[in-house]
Ligand binder design. Structure first.
Ligand code: GLV
Ligand code: MN
Ligand code: MN
Length: 413
């Protein structure tokens, strides 16, 4: 494919405009699944898809597909895409670069007169972020058939609302059984994303190509103690749910920091107490714990260590505990040939490239189960992500879009 014109200013304007659709005051971006902002964000991107001439389809969980028909519609399509939902207090690039950047890649290919033989499909995955239900990659898990309908029916948000409630809010139609992709639907999946870590920037490398995605897991814990008056309840015999939770959070830190691997990371990212009054002993606490490693065995051993610690802490403090594994996923190994394809494109474009691990998870973790998959990473400022000052420059994004476009052209030709 000859050199393509990537309209970086237009793309930046779209990224900036989408960032203004948020539940919080800009520059903070918060777009939780099927919130007003998420719905508006989806409509914003749908309109851009239409303007670009993509054929739109939406499934029963709200995954959005924009298709550019290839000359041979019977061939498995080449897919790309990412997510536009954003955790509370996020920035504007996570996921969005892989959605709007992919759209720009397609526009550039169209403008250059490229005619794909295979169709190219741009996917916006529903709820890559775990904020609503505690479990990430809801859309891609269902697409590849890795989440049973029983598990889906049991999902609850922090207010007790289920997916059926939120599907209605989201205007989703159809049954969840219809979401699973048919066999051999895609020939390949390539996701463009900011690195969300500091490596590419520190080493002054333009592009990362992902060989492996670390194995994530999530625990949700509900602790019930006994509340009471902060002045009149004497210290002996108290059953303070917050203190049990605090010990658990420290146990998570201990478990993650004492494995043989420096890749183990453990975070108690959510901690809520009731009643939350200064003069009242906390009677209930909710915690959500995120634990990951690139090695499955190491992650699983740390997970076991945390669960044992939770039991010990709650028994000793006489606190009732309900603990649930929301997800315990294996790592994904990316397709070696696809990795080489991306690396070759980088060489052709004179862009430095590094083969790397993704420590963050992505919908690619699940797409890798059904088709050859890899990811294209671009550097981001100091590796910041999941915070409002997340940043990649227009030039860095342009490099990523150019690599994605040429990769799609090779795969779809
Ligand atoms: C995705 O947002 C992750 O938490 O890795
Ligand atoms: Mn994210
Ligand atoms: Mn993301």
């Amino acid at each position: 494919m000859q050199s393509l014109v990537i309209e970086e200013q237009a793309l930046q304007r779209e990224i900036d405009e989408l960032a203004l659709i948020t539940e919080a005051a800009p520059p903070v971006v918060t777009r939780v699944l099927f919130s007003e902002a998420d719905l508006q964000g989806r409509e914003f991107v749908r309109n851009l898809y239409r303007e670009a001439g993509l054929i739109l389809r939406e499934d029963a969980v709200g995954n959005i597909f924009g298709r550019w028909d290839g000359a041979d519609k019977k061939l498995p399509a080449v897919a790309t895409g990412s997510h536009i939902d954003a955790i509370p207090n996020a920035g504007k690039y996570d996921g969005v670069v892989g959605v709007l950047g992919a759209l720009e890649a397609i526009r550039a290919l169209k403008a250059a007169g490229f005619q794909p033989r295979r169709s190219i499909e741009l996917i916006i995955f529903t709820s890559e972020e775990p904020t609503r239900f505690g479990i990430g990659c809801l859309g891609s898990r269902l697409l590849v058939g890795l989440l049973s309908l029983e598990r889906v029916a049991a999902l609850r948000d922090r207010d007790g609302k289920d997916l059926e409630f939120w599907r209605k809010q989201g205007g989703c139609v159809g049954t969840l059984t219809s979401v699973k992709l048919p066999k051999d639907c895609y020939a390949a999946f390539v996701e463009l994303h900011i690195e969300q870590g500091p490596v590419l920037e520190a080493e002054n490398i333009a592009i990362g190509v992902v060989e492996k995605i670390a194995a994530p897991s999530t625990l949700r814990i509900q602790l019930t103690g006994v509340g009471g008056h902060a002045g009149a309840t004497l210290m002996p015999g108290r059953k303070d749910a917050l203190l049990a939770g605090a010990e658990i959070a420290l146990a998570v830190e201990r478990a993650a920091s004492t494995t043989a691997s420096s890749d183990t990371v453990g975070t108690t990212g959510f901690f809520r107490i009731e009643p939350g009054a200064v003069n009242s002993v906390p009677c209930r606490a909710w915690l959500e714990i995120d634990l990951r490693d690139t090695l499955l065995k190491t992650r699983d051993a740390a997970l076991q260590q945390i669960e044992t610690a939770v039991q010990e802490i709650c028994t000793r403090r006489k606190i009732e505990c309900a603990m649930e594994r929301l997800n315990v996923d294996p790592p994904a190994i990316c397709d070696a040939r696809l990795v080489e394809t991306v690396a070759t494109v980088c060489d052709d474009l004179d862009l430095s490239v590094k083969r790397m691990i993704s420590r963050a998870y992505h919908d690619s973790l699940f797409m890798a189960q059904v088709c050859p998959t890899t990811m294209i990473f671009i550097p981001c400022f100091k590796g910041y992500s999941h915070r409002p000052d997340e940043y990649s420059s227009p030039a860095q994004i342009k490099n990523g879009v150019a690599v994605l476009a040429q990769t799609l052209a090779k795969l779809a030709a």
